[in-house]
Write a protein that binds this ligand. Structure first.
Ligand code: ARG
Length: 487
């Protein structure tokens, strides 16, 4: 392989950095450089850095460091003045980063060393004391837990907004009748609001899963140091309280190494995306020319570059597509963790990109979905007519016969033959004459037409959890109530 080919195999970042450094500046001093006699190979530097993605943790890193330094002052390891200087220095750094005015250095590897090195540049000696009784191992585990706690709260709030919009839509569709499906074949008539509330149930469970994962996220690793704890008499309850964690971790080895809390959250996020994807599938079908159940607002559709008539439900398609990457990220995290011996291994640096991507993708998908939902208009008469086709009230006829003492299996048989006849006659059941119906079951009376109507069918399913409009109305109210309590 010649030189040119080899270069083209290097990631862009690597040769950009190689060129940049040789021209512009000498290598920065590594905080861990004491043991080393040779400079780090530039490929190693580019390969091992994480600042290009973990700079995102700067707020949490600074929050954790301020709590740690306050605690070091309280136990007398540093002076109050030093803790003050550290805090002021860190706040200044946070402001610089907020303003986009902070130069990240790849030579300083990660967020932790970038901030610590800058702190020492600014405040001098005191900055060098911040890392007492701490390691990047418990530091990064603390940062990512702080980050995830906030991310979970944000995702729960986004789900709540989507639920609110879904419930608003449901309130207007309690008496709208549509076909309910099994096997994607018309099965029984249902209230459209009942269908929308089924989506809401999924989101309620999604919130429960996230809130449950949050309990295990909110445990503080700080104080575990590299793996075995530290010889300084840290007050872990103090840092725990300052950082809003529920409790300090019980085992230092476990605390610095396991990322199961990320896996759980990524799993809850995968279930959210799976649910959104199921909704997407229905929205795509319903918007199709064959169904015509819904119109999605123009603002939430896109067109075709060649077919002028097209209006495509791209949001739903992209969200359905994005579920793939979130599920893939879960897989990546599981495989990342599965063979790691105790305690910390650098493998864990690979947890950040999949979990950040998961949080971003779920948040953006929920946000766009919540915005699109109110733009949906239902074609009520088309939905109603679709429920008339497909003999959706056949079960009602069978249940009618059961009430006249016909055993259910016999009733099923009788109705099967009746439907077969009606198909041949090209008529819905409700248009067969009483005489025709009686030829299949002599016990049938005039009142049968009440159960053959769509309205009669849904009204009859009036037990708790059923599709009768009276129950669905209560269900919408109860769902609003739970949503209120959830937030
Ligand atoms: N960037 C590292 C990570 O994300 C931080 C911890 C580094 N620890 C170490 N011993 N090299 O996991």
């Amino acid at each position: 392989m010649n030189r040119y080919n080899l270069r083209s195999f290097l990631p862009f970042k690597a040769h950009y950095l190689a060129r940049f450094r040789s021209v512009n500046k000498p290598a920065a001093k590594k905080p861990w450089g004491g043991r080393f006699t040779e400079p780090t190979n530039e490929l190693v530097e580019a390969f091992t850095e994480s600042i290009s993605f973990d700079s995102r943790l700067y707020k949490q890193d600074i929050q954790g460091s301020i709590a740690h330094s306050k605690m070091l002052a309280k136990i007398g390891v540093i002076s109050d003045d030093e803790a003050q200087a550290i805090e002021q220095g860190l706040i200044g750094i946070r402001e610089k980063i907020d303003a986009g005015d902070f130069a990240w250095s790849t030579e300083l590897e990660d967020i932790h060393m970038n901030i610590e090195a800058r702190l020492t540049d600014i405040i001098g000696e005191a900055g060098k004391k911040l890392h007492t009784g701490r390691s990047r191992n418990d530091q990064v585990a603390t940062d990512i837990r702080l980050y995830m706690r906030e991310a979970v709260d944000d995702i729960v709030a986004l789900i709540a907004q989507l639920q609110k919009n879904l419930l608003d839509l449901s309130s207007n569709e309690i008496d709208t009748i549509m076909p309910g499906f099994t096997h994607l074949q018309v099965a029984q008539p249902i209230s459209l609001a009942h269908h929308l509330l089924a989506w809401n149930e999924m989101f309620e469970r999604d919130v429960e899963r996230l809130q449950d994962a949050r309990k295990r996220i909110n445990v503080m690793p700080l104080g575990s140091a590299a793996l075995a704890g530290t010889s300084f008499p840290l007050d872990r309850d103090m840092t725990c309280e300052l950082l809003g964690f529920d409790r300090p971790s019980r085992n230092s080895l476990d605390a610095v190494s396991d990322r199961d809390f990320l896996i759980e959250t990524a799993s809850a996020c995968s279930v959210i995306m799976m649910h959104l994807s199921r909704m997407c599938e229905e929205i795509i079908l319903w918007a199709s020319e064959s169904y015509k159940f819904i119109d999605i607002g123009d603002a939430f559709c896109t067109g075709s570059s060649i077919m002028p008539q097209k209006k495509n439900p791209d949001i739903a398609e992209i969200v359905r597509g994005k579920s793939a990457r979130v599920i893939g990220n879960l897989q990546a995290l599981l495989v990342l963790m599965k063979s790691q011996p105790l305690a910390y291994n650098r493998d864990n640096q690979e947890d950040k990109e999949p979990i950040f991507d998961t949080v971003d993708t779920v948040a953006r998908s929920l946000q766009i979905f919540a915005a699109m939902i109110p733009s949906i208009r239902f074609n009520r008469s088309i939905m109603h007519d679709a429920a008339l086709k497909g003999y959706a009230t056949a079960t009602d006829l069978a249940e009618y016969l059961v009430r006249l003492q016909v055993p259910f299996r016999d009733a099923h048989e009788i109705v099967g033959s009746t439907v077969h006849y009606a198909i041949e006659q090209k008529k819905p059941l409700s248009e067969l004459s009483l005489e025709e119906l009686r030829s299949f079951g002599s016990m049938i009376n005039e009142d049968v037409y009440e159960v053959l109507s769509l309205d009669g069918s849904i009204k009859a399913r009036s037990h708790f959890g059923g599709t009768a409009p009276v129950r669905v109305k209560e269900a919408v109210q109860a769902a609003y109530q739970r949503l209120e309590e959830q937030s």
